[in-house]
Ligand binder design. Structure first.
Ligand SMILES: [Fe+2]
Length: 328
């Protein structure tokens, strides 16, 4: 008899432990993956999350500009340089130890300011009609060689490409990176996105390019509408072109809901959060709580990725160097 009397309109979904809390998540990851994570988090905790979507450097710079007045409770990125930018300004609260314990050391900031929750592998897509894996360069740096003039597609305006440049910079130093960018400027055709680069390889506009693994895997899973003529070269051998980029998550020091914000970062790296990622069509790598990635992915341990100090990856310097090279 009393049941209906309790159900005030709109109040029923607030009955969980999260009460009326709504976290603001500045999200630079792919929106579908972030939304799937947030939906699972809200179902588990009752804490609601409002997504504000943008790209890595846009949202990183926005948080820096907003400072302590930022409405963001949590920041999630596609790649780590934007995370490092925000951390370098002292705007992140330390991630709780129990959350850090869920993530292997190579996938989190060594100062405890943020943790990785997904990862992506750098690959070179190539046109199987004109190239074989053996004919591909041994290093990503070789794409600056005149032999590749006009044959390379890149998306230099995107955060993904800029993260790869930050790895080259960290591993090979400023001069080698500047020379590489200059070579790419003369060799490469410019595209708006990684998907467009892959499509251009498929169409025979360019012979190869630089992208992350999941663009190809997703397209293959959908019947290869834009990658039927494309295979992937994994460079391995600790080459900068075998760089594995880490998607970060951190809690803003200025968050008005620090407890729930920590809960969200804990969830992203938890077994459940990692399973959401592994089961999504996004096809990025899982990195935490021992959850295996989708079996379609070449195992992380087999990629021969170079060891990179994530906190040393410098987004602003990369942007300046790419501007100097005329790539952006
Ligand atoms: Fe991406």
């Amino acid at each position: 008899m009393a049941v209906t009397a309790c159900s005030a309109p709109g109040a029923s979904s607030d009955a969980g432990a999260g009460g009326d809390t709504t976290l603001v998540l500045y999200n630079a990851q792919h929106e579908d993956l972030a939304q799937a994570e947030v939906d699972a988090f809200t179902a588990q905790t009752g804490v609601k999350v409002e997504l504000r979507n943008g790209d890595d450097s846009e949202l990183g710079n926005q948080i820096v500009a907003e400072g302590d007045a930022s409405p963001a409770d949590v920041f999630v990125t596609e790649n780590s340089p934007a995370m490092t930018l925000v951390a370098s300004r002292g705007l992140l609260a330390p991630v709780e130890a129990a959350t850090r314990d869920q993530v292997p050391a190579q996938y989190q900031a060594n100062d405890g300011s943020w943790v990785g929750w997904a990862a992506r592998a750098t690959v070179l897509p190539y046109d199987t009609r004109v190239l074989t894996a053996a004919a591909m360069p041994a290093s990503i740096l070789d794409l600056a060689d005149p032999a590749w003039a006009g044959k390379v597609g890149i998306a230099p305006g995107g955060a993904d490409f800029q993260a790869i440049v930050s790895a080259v910079l960290s591993l090979r130093g400023e001069q080698a990176t500047a020379d590489w960018l200059t070579g790419l400027k003369s060799n490469a055709r410019i595209y708006q996105s990684n998907s467009a680069v892959m499509k251009a390889v498929d169409a025979g506009e360019v012979e190869t390019g630089i992208i992350y693994h999941y663009y190809w895997l997703k397209d293959q899973a959908e019947g290869a509408p834009n990658s039927a003529n494309v295979a992937l070269k994994y460079l391995g051998n600790q080459d900068p072109g075998a760089f594995v980029s880490v998607s970060g998550a951190g809690v803003l020091k200025s968050s008005r809901h620090p407890e729930q914000a920590q809960q969200l970062v804990a969830f992203l790296t938890s077994q459940r959060g990692q399973e959401v990622s592994a089961q999504s069509t996004n096809l990025e790598y899982t990195v935490a709580s021992g959850v295996a990635s989708n079996p379609a992915l070449r195992p992380l341990a087999e990629l021969g990725a170079p060891a990179v100090d994530l906190t040393a990856l410098n987004g602003p310097q990369v942007v300046t160097m790419m501007q100097n090279a005329g790539l952006i």
